[in-house]
Design a protein around this ligand. Structure first.
Ligand code: DGY
Length: 315
């Protein structure tokens, strides 16, 4: 059996599934690892299964042992890996596209509804014992039904969000590298027009140096007053100062965020702004998805070890 090191504890049935195919070494205490910890743990391993919590930069990649013949990232995002450096070392990488899209899109709807219906404030009212009973002025929110949804990044996850939003009679507009087939929604070549018609903006684009702080003060100012922002992609796409200032000023009615720049050390304003409905990066946290992600990584690594090219190969 090939020996693999897995950087984080996976749900029990997932670890059991991996153990059927590989001789697995686990990071027993589940502490996120530094690049040099990862390199050290790879000694004697044939493959590494890494998570988005561990970074492999160019310097670390030069230190990987020659025995290591493949990397599988247990994620669809891959900004934590220096793919060029891995390619230069001749180490192929597989990832987990497609299988997270439904879970992440479900979570986008949760965030959208949570922000629109002030779920954080309602939850706090009850669990803190402050609720005095129903009242017609209580927690007035906004309907998502019929609103204009702007999706930034119309990849697999963006499309799944659009599919769900149509059930809420939302009008779909999107920005993307290219226009998609008719029926996907209204494509906006013009960013200003896209922003100014987005009652709800959903960020679903990958993290990259080009998208860092894409949602900045200038772009937020172009959103209609009272708009909502949802982010299920990566925290780095949002300028936290600008977003929290816009919620404080009332320009934005709220936000629903699953991901944060520098998580888990998040901007302190997120701890107190109760119009911002927050979740701790749970987009793909369903057992169905975790198992499907594992099947992707396992079959990708097995295919590589058999000398072929898996469909989920990144480099
Ligand atoms: C992903 O797969 O990219 C998820 O965000 C977990 O890292």
């Amino acid at each position: 059996m090939k020996r693999i090191f897995v950087t984080r504890r996976l749900p029990e049935p997932v670890e059991a599934l991996m153990a059927r195919s590989f001789d697995v070494t686990l990071n027993v205490d589940d502490r996120p690892l530094s690049p040099s910890d990862v390199v050290a743990a790879c000694r004697g391993m044939d493959a590494l299964v890494i998570n988005a919590t561990e970074r492999l930069d160019a310097a670390a990649i030069t230190g990987l042992p020659d025995r290591l013949k493949a990397v599988g990232t247990y994620s669809v995002g891959h900004e934590h890996l220096d793919l060029d450096a891995l390619q230069a070392r001749g180490i192929p990488v597989v990832y987990t596209p497609d299988v997270l899209s439904a879970s992440v899109a479900d979570n986008a709807m949760l965030l959208m509804l949570g922000a629109a219906r002030r779920a954080r404030e309602g939850q706090a009212l009850i669990v803190e014992g402050r609720w005095k009973g129903w009242g017609p002025r209580q927690l007035i929110g906004t309907e998502v039904t019929g609103k204009r949804l702007g999706i930034f990044g119309m990849g697999r996850i963006g499309r799944e969000i659009a599919r769900r939003a149509r059930a809420f009679d939302m009008e779909i507009g999107y920005r993307n590298r290219r226009a998609l087939e008719a029926g996907a929604g209204l494509y906006f070549a013009d960013e200003e027009k896209f922003l100014s018609r987005s009652d709800i903006l959903a960020i679903a684009a990958p993290a990259s140096p080009e998208t860092r702080h894409w949602l900045n003060a200038e772009r937020i100012a172009r959103l209609p007053k009272g708009a909502l922002v949802v982010n299920i992609a990566r925290g780095s796409l949002v300028d936290d100062e600008a977003l929290t200032a816009a919620v404080e000023s009332g320009h934005l009615a709220g936000a629903g965020l699953d991901v944060f720049d520098g998580e888990p050390d998040i901007h302190p304003a997120y701890l107190r702004l109760d119009r911002i409905y927050v979740q701790p990066h749970i987009g793909s946290s369903t057992l169905e998805t975790r198992l499907a992600m594992a099947r992707h990584v396992i079959s990708g690594l097995e295919t590589l070890f058999a000398g072929s090219d898996p469909p989920n190969r990144l480099v």
